[in-house]
Each structure stands twice: as C-alpha cells, then as structure tokens.
Design a protein around this ligand. Structure first.
Ligand code: KG4
Ligand code: ZN
Length: 344
C-alpha cells in the first residue's frame, strides 16, 4: 500500500456543507496540498447556506478541486494509496457529491475507501499541527468541537472512540454567531466578522447571563444569549446605533466564550484529564483562543488548537483521520452511503 519510499499518500474529500475541499496528506500528518473552494459569496445574499444550491455547486467543482489538490501535491492518481471522505453528518445532497467522487476514484484505482465522520475529522486538524499528539493507549483527551452545526465535549480514547459528555441543548455556538451577525446586519458567515469587530470593543457593554454556566453538567445553551440581545435592542432601539455594533458583538462573544472555556476546563478536572483538543470553525475565534491560553495553564492543562485555516472545513483533516482509521483496520465498502454510521 505505501509507495516505494514507504510513504502513504491519502486523498481527502470533504463536501459536507458549502465548501468543496480536497487534500493530499502524507502518513496522516503532513499536508502536501489542501484546496478549498468556498461558496460563501453565493450563500451570503440568503443569510445562510441554501442546501440545494450548495449541492449543485459541489457537482460543478468537485473534479476541479480534486485535480488541483493532486497537482499541487505533485501526486499522480496512481500514487494515492487510499481515499478518505466525509460521509456524515452534513447536508445529504452535499455529502453525496463527495462520497460519489471518492467511490469512483477508489474503484478506478482499486484502492481502499475510508468513510469518516466530519466531527471526528475536525479533531484531527490538530494531528496536522502538532507532533506530540498520539492516540497510543492509554491516551485519552477531552475534546471540544465548536462549529456551525455542533457544540459538544467528548472524551476521545486510543481506539479513536468518542464519548459525548455534553452538547448544546439548542443552537450550536457557530449558528448563534451567524444568527446574531444576521440580526446586527453584519453578513454571513457571522463568526469571522463578529470576531473582527469585537477586537477593540467593550465586552462588558451588556453583561449577558452566562447560560448553564453552573448547571453541573457539560451541556450548553446559546439561543438564550441571542434572545436576550434581541429583546434588549427591541426595548432600547438606540442600542442598535451603528457605533454600538462592535460592543454588542463583543458582549455576545464574551458570554458565549466564557461558558465554553469554563465547562471544558471543568470537564478536564472532573475526568482527571489534562489535555484538550479544540477544533471546529469557532476554534478560529480570537477570544476563545485567548481565554483558553490563559485558563488552561492556570489549571495545569495543555491545549491543542489548530491554526485558523485548519479550524474551518477542509479535506486535510479528513485525510488525516482516514489514515488513522485505516491503520486500525477501519475501511469502508464501496456501497457506503451518506446515512451509514462510520467508526465513531
Ligand atoms: O467547522 P465549520 O467551518 O463548518 C461546520 O462544520 O459547521 O464552522 C463554521 C462556523 C460558522 O458558524 C462560522 O460563523 C464559525 O464557524 N466561525 C467563527 C469564526 N470563524 C468561523 N465563529 C467565531 N469566530 C470566528 N473567528
Ligand atoms: Zn465542520
């Protein structure tokens, strides 16, 4: 399976939402290429992703993106040892495009297919950024995944098994960022723009209640902060004055981030683990990164957080996870669909 240099090249494919992504990764850890074709501009005018448009655009782009990834990696198709593809969770029409392309590539080149879980793949963005992460037994990590669709805390063990210990009971945190940005007229996606305008703003402009901060479990709630902001600005319309927008954004961001950091650190203490793998689009958030950078060392905890470009959806993380699933014997049949459970 590996080539004559004993290297394994994995082609990763990711189309679970609105980005068409392909990447070539060596031995699960080294990115040779990572191509992302974003649809943000298309969906921006609708204020969110339109699934039907997303899947059509994936069909237009998938071959182009795969070819570019191979070209950038200087890897002919025959040099690829296996293909890893996200087959769940995500938008079904979008997933189908990537899964179909992966199957065709594997069938033609007679190489193994590894269908992977998108959330678990986010965690493996860290494998591409740090050399000292290993899933050899008895390694166990706390993992915080914060994206547009999920906000959960897991324990990940050496079999790559993820046990969820907490999740959002309403909106995902990225979804809350996007909805607040839309309400404030800041565009889509909301996270990056809220992050940017909050930089020099006052996070104490409105002291929002930190929802479920002391609930005793590891669950989250973010829609309450959004509702509180909407009620407050409806009651006092002058708050929506343009000059206040950065302070409103910063106040929301501070409330959301405080809860995420507090609960993740507490999970480490309760489960007596001292390493946290953080990932997902919201892991790009500057305030989240800063708060973890302060409170983790205070609690003798080490944090791993990918560089910003690897926090967003990409196929390099999919290829990395695919490799580590493969060496554990977890491959998929060519009749895999977008509903099938992967190794999770
Ligand atoms: O992981 P991702 O690229 O796609 C999903 O799997 O959902 O995450 C996208 C989410 C969006 O909700 C976006 O607003 C949010 O990540 N996001 C951010 C930042 N950059 C992206 N949220 C807060 N701060 C950021 N800097
Ligand atoms: Zn994602």
């Amino acid at each position: 399976m590996p080539n004559k240099n004993n290297d394994t090249l994995i082609l990763g494919i990711e189309t679970s939402c609105d980005d068409t992504c392909a990447a070539v990764v060596k031995n699960g850890r080294e990115i040779l290429s990572s191509v992302v074709s974003s649809q943000n501009e298309i969906h921006e005018k609708y204020g969110g992703v339109v699934p039907e448009i997303a899947s059509r655009k994936h069909i237009e782009m998938i071959d182009i993106v795969i070819k570019e990834a191979l070209l950038k990696a200087a890897a002919a198709p025959g040099k690829i040892s296996m293909v890893a593809v996200t087959n769940r969770p995500g938008l079904l029409g979008s997933l189908l495009t990537g899964v179909g392309a992966a199957k065709a590539f594997c069938y033609y080149n007679q190489i193994p297919l590894i269908a992977v879980n998108h959330l678990k793949a986010h965690i493996f963005a860290n494998m591409l950024a740090y050399d000292d992460i290993s899933f050899e037994a008895p390694a166990e990590y706390i993992s915080l995944i914060v994206s547009g669709g999920h906000s959960s805390i897991y324990i990940v063990d050496s079999n790559l098994k993820m046990t969820e210990i907490g999740h959002t009971v309403d909106d995902a945190v990225g979804e809350a960022f996007d909805k607040i940005a839309r309400y404030l007229g800041l565009g889509y996606p909301g996270g990056p723009v809220i992050d940017k305008i909050s930089k020099d703003a006052n996070p104490h402009f409105i002291e929002f209640t930190r929802p479920m901060m002391e609930s005793g479990d590891f669950n989250f709630s973010f829609s309450g902060i959004k509702t509180a902001l909407i009620y407050r600005t409806k009651k006092f319309p002058e708050l929506m004055n343009e000059k206040n927008l950065p302070d409103l954004a910063a106040s929301f961001q501070a409330a959301a981030v405080d809860v995420l950091v507090h609960k993740t650190i507490r999970a480490c203490k309760e489960y007596k683990l001292d390493r946290i793998l953080i990932s997902g689009g919201v892991a790009a958030n500057s305030r989240l990164r800063e708060e973890f950078a302060v409170s983790a060392p205070e609690n003798n905890i080490k944090i791993y957080i990918p560089p910003v470009n690897l926090c967003m959806d990409n196929a390099a993380m999919v290829a990395s996870l695919g490799y580590f699933e493969f060496i554990r014997g977890n491959t998929s049949n060519l009749d895999i669909d977008v509903y099938s459970r992967t190794h999770f």
